[in-house]
Each structure stands twice: as C-alpha cells, then as structure tokens.
Design a protein around this ligand. Structure first.
Ligand code: SAH
Ligand code: SF4
Length: 370
C-alpha cells in the first residue's frame, strides 16, 4: 500500500520541494495552495490551471482533505452546527460552526482527545489519543468555509468557489490543548492567516489554553496577532488544583506572571475563561478574590455557564448567583461578560458530541477506516 502525501500538512517550502520531486516547476506549489485554501477545491480534476500530469498525480498519490464527515448535529434554532469527523486512522474529532451575532465563528480542535484531565470537561474525561496534524486542523476550517459558500453541498465536493471565504472568526477552543500541540497548531494558524493562504485576519483568531506557561511565553514572541484566552476557572490554587492537574505544574501566581509578561510584550488584552459551577467557584468571595488577582491587568473575563457533562459531578451555577458574580466583578472594575449557553442542545461543549456518538451509534459508524 503506497503512502499518500498530505498536502495540507506541508509548509509552502515543503510543497515547493514536493513539486520539484515530482518534476514540476516550483510555482505549482502556490497554485495548489491557492486551489485548496482560497478556492476551497478538493478535487484535483477541477484544478484547471495545473498540468494534466500534476492533476493525475495529486489524485493518485496525495490526500487533499484528511477529514471524512461522520455526523453533523444542528441546533434547533439552526444557528449552531457541530461536525464529527473521522480521521484516516479512525480517530474522531469535532468542529462547531456558530452563526450568532452576524459572525460565522468556527471552533476548531487541535488534538484527538486531551491529556490535561480537567474533570468538568468531556474531552478531558475521554483522555488523550493523539495530536492533530496541521492539515487536520486547517481542513476543519475549509470544510465549513465550503459549507458556508454552498450549504446544499454539505461541505463535500462543493462546486469551485470564486469568492473570498466568509468565515469571520476562529476560536481554537475545541478538543485538545493547543499548547500541547504547539508546532502543528501554529503551522495551521499561519496557513489560515496567510494572505496568500486562507487569508483570515489574525485578530479574528483566538486561542484558548488551559494555562501552560511555556506556551504563553512562546506565544508572546509570535509575530501573528492572535488573541489569547486563558482558562482560569478558579481564584485560588486550592480550588484550581481540583479543577485540573495542570495547576500543580503551573500554579496561579506563575500563570499570572506569564500573562502579565504577555500583555506587556504584545500590548494585547487577555481573555480569562471562567466556567461557573454551582457551589464550586460561584461565591461572591471568590468573585472578589478573582478581581484582586486580575487587578491592573489588561484583561476581560468571559463567564461561561458550565455545560454539564454526563458522569461529572459539576453542575452549572444558578442564574441569580451567576448574575451576582458578574455584577461583583464589574463593581470591582474587572470587565466581564456572561456568555449565553448557545448551542447547548447540540452539545457544543468541549468533546461532548464525540462522547455521545461513541455511546449511541454502532461503533462501526465512526470507526470507518480502522
Ligand atoms: N484546552 C483548551 C482549549 C479547549 S477547551 C482550554 O482548556 O482552554 C475550551 C474552553 O471550554 C475552556 O475554557 C474550557 O475550560 C471550557 N470547557 C470545557 N468543558 C466545559 C464545560 N463542560 N462547560 C463549559 N466550559 C467548558
Ligand atoms: Fe483539555 Fe481544555 Fe478540556 Fe481541560 S478543558 S481537558 S485542557 S480540552
């Protein structure tokens, strides 16, 4: 069985080398990238400006789209859609498209599973399988970009697109910890923000980390102006240790030093994610502790009502406690927003569709190719 080359996994330089190895002029690399990332084409037969020999080679020896759509769930208001994709080795990942606020925001995954073990998170409860490749990360965006251009085609084999994409925002908040797969994630983000690639402005991309300090330090040096979100969820080490083992490695004080350095270096505001859990982290005292912690830092707190996960004891905070918590933060001068529980009925929380499909569908349905 011959190994196919994965075109979306290649940098521009690597694709040039591949073209040379196939006896093609190196400018073909840019043409192929243009077809994949701008025209959103997946069928080499329609890449009309390539030589017939290159089209044949791409069809026979290359993979242009590493994802197979296994299931898609649509919210009742039809404003959120969640795709479950099967990868070539049978692993499953998910991607969510949200159509609220006149935005078309994609939430993408960087790993199959996650090894960080946060006990309130469906992905964390499922464990880690493997890192995604750059192409597997990019292809999630291309799938829904195709769908947005031609919903009838369902994201597959859409007719060639002659318009720029209209995905407006990307959040790296799906399955996995992006800083545990740093290089592939950034290679993907470079393709997605490259004006000659997918071409989305870096300011429209936000990456969320569980709080891996070396990752934050590294991101502070990146030239791309991608936004940073940090999942904080607790104002004290005692509590944060319970909400994720990562805090033992990078406790809050160390995390905030890295955050303050990041803001100084980039002059960009950090978002802190805080999932409100009833009786766990939603007390007014905790709101005050959080405000003290973030005092003077250029930041914004995103309060997320917890999306309850089967098999986890954590429950969402009741509405009045949530309201009081937000009000207290604001009173203390910390900019805070309560996010709505949108997409909840499609399990648009981290890793939740994958868990449900695993439980409810015959395994065959999601293990095609294994
Ligand atoms: N691993 C990264 C990014 C993926 S998780 C991180 O942890 O930041 C994206 C966000 O979803 C994180 O803020 C995470 O804490 C949050 N999250 C996970 N499970 C959740 C749940 N059940 N309800 C609400 N938010 C959840
Ligand atoms: Fe991993 Fe993020 Fe889920 Fe924690 S919250 S287990 S880091 S995906």
């Amino acid at each position: 069985m011959s190994e196919r080359v994965h075109i979306l996994d290649m940098t521009r330089e690597e694709l040039r080398e591949q073209m040379a190895a196939w006896g093609e002029p190196t400018y073909r690399a840019d043409q192929v990238r243009h077809w994949l990332l701008r025209e959103l084409e997946t069928d080499p037969a329609r890449m009309t400006n390539l030589s017939a020999s290159l089209r044949a080679r791409l069809a026979a020896e290359a993979t242009l789209n590493p994802l197979v759509l296994a299931t898609e769930t649509v919210s009742r208001d039809r404003m959120a859609r969640k795709a479950l994709f099967t990868l070539s080795d049978g692993q499953a990942i998910e991607t969510v498209l949200m159509l609220y606020d006149r935005r078309r925001t994609l939430c993408i995954s960087t790993q199959a599973g996650c090894g960080m073990g946060c006990p309130f998170c469906a992905t964390g409860l499922s464990g880690f399988t493997r890192n995604l490749t750059p192409g597997e990360i990019v292809a999630q965006v291309l799938h829904y970009a195709r769908w947005l251009h031609d919903p009838e085609a369902g994201g597959r084999d859409a007719a060639p697109v002659r318009r720029p994409t209209n995905v407006t925002n990307i959040v790296v908040m799906g399955m996995g910890e992006p800083f545990a797969n740093y290089n592939a994630t950034w290679q993907a983000l470079r393709m997605l923000t490259d004006p000659q690639g997918f071409g989305l402005g870096a300011r429209h991309v936000t990456l969320s980390t569980v709080g891996i300090v070396p990752g934050i330090e590294r991101m502070a040096e990146e030239p791309l102006q991608i936004g940073l979100a940090v999942s904080l969820h607790a104002p004290t080490d005692e509590l944060r240790n319970r909400l994720g083992p990562i805090n033992r490695r990078y406790p809050i004080a160390q995390l905030l030093v890295a955050c303050r350095h990041y803001v100084e270096r980039t002059r960009r505001r950090i978002s802190f994610e805080y999932a409100l859990m009833g009786g766990i982290n939603d007390d007014l005292i905790q709101a005050r502790q959080l405000a003290d912690l973030l005092d003077g830092l250029l930041c914004h707190v995103n309060l997320i009502p917890l999306n309850p996960v089967e098999g986890s004891p954590f429950q969402p905070s009741p509405p009045e406690r949530t309201r009081d918590f937000v009000a207290e933060l604001k009173r203390r001068g910390i900019p805070a927003t309560l996010r709505l529980r949108r997409g909840i009925e499609i399990d648009a929380g981290c890793g939740q569709l994958r868990r449900r499909v695993r439980q409810e569908l015959p395994l065959r349905a999601i293990r095609a190719g294994t």
